[in-house]
Design a protein around this ligand. Structure first.
Ligand code: ADP
Ligand code: ADP
Length: 239
């Protein structure tokens, strides 16, 4: 049973078919790089998996459970917003623009979801948050507000936040695209460390070295479809 199974996924924005029948399986401990030209549907795909979008057709399963929709009297009905939240909690997501809460400290940004979402005690959640900050090299930034951090530091905090809830899979949507070039490396390093812990990851990226060296499998999208898919070593070896 894969962690994520996407079947025949279709998504439309007005007249534009952003996803035109996408199939994808992500297995435990895989790091799947989603590659392809701008506008090919990569971001839409991970946003659909994270239940940030409604879908027109197809299905997404997380650990075998149908996401967002459920069988009902021979058809499907959308889950209540509440159920969507429960399912979304089993995933982490890292956005291009970090999306940290500006009025919270770094520590609170990481600990709060684990407390409110998973009912951990403040002590437990903050202890884990400090451990995660240490792992991403920001142990001394716990009490700082995000605006005082560089983009690279903010994205490392966002990664710590995404894993604080112990998700089944972490989804990354172009995590280094908004960064100054000299800050890209420190974020990729944290992602590589995370991959080495065995975290299951789906990474939309233009970083070909990361795709080749860290991803276990590459998926290439064009015009809303997966047009090529292979283990990374095969994907990057000349035909
Ligand atoms: P990629 O991540 O590969 O650059 P996207 O998933 O962002 O591609 O976009 C796929 C297609 O859907 C593009 O044609 C894009 O213009 C369109 N699209 C994405 N988001 C929206 C939106 N919110 N409204 C309208 N069209 C959108
Ligand atoms: P344990 O769960 O026993 O503490 P691990 O050493 O595997 O064991 O790490 C705990 C969790 O911390 C991992 O499951 C992962 O979610 C997170 N983690 C580990 N390394 C990193 C890292 N470099 N960046 C962000 N999170 C990490």
């Amino acid at each position: 049973e894969p962690v994520v199974r996407v079947e025949g996924l279709r998504k439309r924005y007005g007249d534009k078919l952003a996803l035109d029948g996408v199939d994808l399986e992500v297995h435990e401990q895989e790091v799947v790089a989603v590659l392809g030209p701008s506008g090919s549907g990569k971001s839409t795909l991970v946003r659909c998996i994270h239940q940030l979008e409604t879908i027109e057709g197809g299905a997404i399963h997380l650990d075998g459970e149908l996401l967002g929709y459920e069988a009902h009297r021979g058809g499907y009905r959308t889950l209540s917003e509440n159920r969507v939240c429960v399912q979304r909690r089993r995933m982490g997501m890292v956005f291009q623009q970090f999306n940290l809460f500006p009025h919270w400290t770094v520590l609170k940004n990481i600990a709060e979801p684990a407390m409110s979402v998973h009912g951990q005690s403040r002590r437990q959640a903050e202890e884990r948050a400090r451990d995660l900050l240490d792992r991403v090299g920001l142990a001394d930034k716990a009490d700082v507000h995000p605006r005082h951090l560089s983009g690279g530091q903010q994205q490392r905090v966002a990664i710590a936040r995404a894993v604080a809830t112990r998700p089944r899979v972490v989804l990354f949507d172009e995590p280094t695209s908004a960064l100054d070039p000299e800050l890209v490396g420190e974020v990729l390093k944290v992602m590589k460390d995370l991959a080495e812990t065995g975290m299951t990851m789906v990474v939309v990226t233009h970083e070909m070295e990361f795709a080749r060296d860290v991803a276990t499998r590459c998926v290439f999208m064009a015009d809303g479809k997966v047009v090529e898919e292979a283990p990374s070593d095969q994907f990057f070896s000349a035909p």
